[in-house]
Design a protein around this ligand. Sequence first.
Ligand SMILES: [Zn+2]
Length: 214
Amino acid sequence: MRLLMAGSPGSGKGTHSRRLGEHLNVPHIATGDLLREQVSLGTPLGRNAQTFMDRGDYVPDDVMVAMIKDRLAQPDAQKGFILDGFPRTQGQADSLDKMLADLGTPIDAVIVLEVPTEEMVRRLSGRRTCPTCQRPYHMDDEPPKDDETCDDDGTKLERRADDEPDTVRHRLKVYADRTAGVVEHYDTDSVVKRINGEASVDEVQERIRTALGV
Ligand SMILES: [Zn+2]
């Protein structure tokens, strides 16, 4: 099964892609991981991507597309895959369509995890990390025993600048503006499955599997 997983930051798409990938026995391909891997291996694609990241720019579509193409050609992706974080732009969606049409393997479904904005703000702005041991916490869902300090070493927990509520709202808006067109792009093919993502991880995973019939 060839699937795309769409959802804004905080929607839980990484977790759900991973679990679904294990269930279907197909690789979960997250563009963020792929990018970090190519950069750390020092491949030509990775070095190319690095020059953009060093300048604080987005990695351009053609570089991302080349990276995905390379990954989809690996043996483990021949029986299917779950793409997480790609395509993110109309240009990437067009390139992916062309790539898969050439291979004769169209996308089976696009899963869109829908979570209300204020719930995503709650999820993201509640995150904290211990700067000493990197242990993650969530002030509502997985709070430390003591106020805002790490259970293991007593260090004061920190919130990433990205997770400040106003920044989160801005990130969500940027995400929505950039990707609305991508979901519409697939809507015409009626492969889009909209899933209500406001429930426990188990419950949402069950909804996804039911929608796909797997
Ligand atoms: Zn700690």
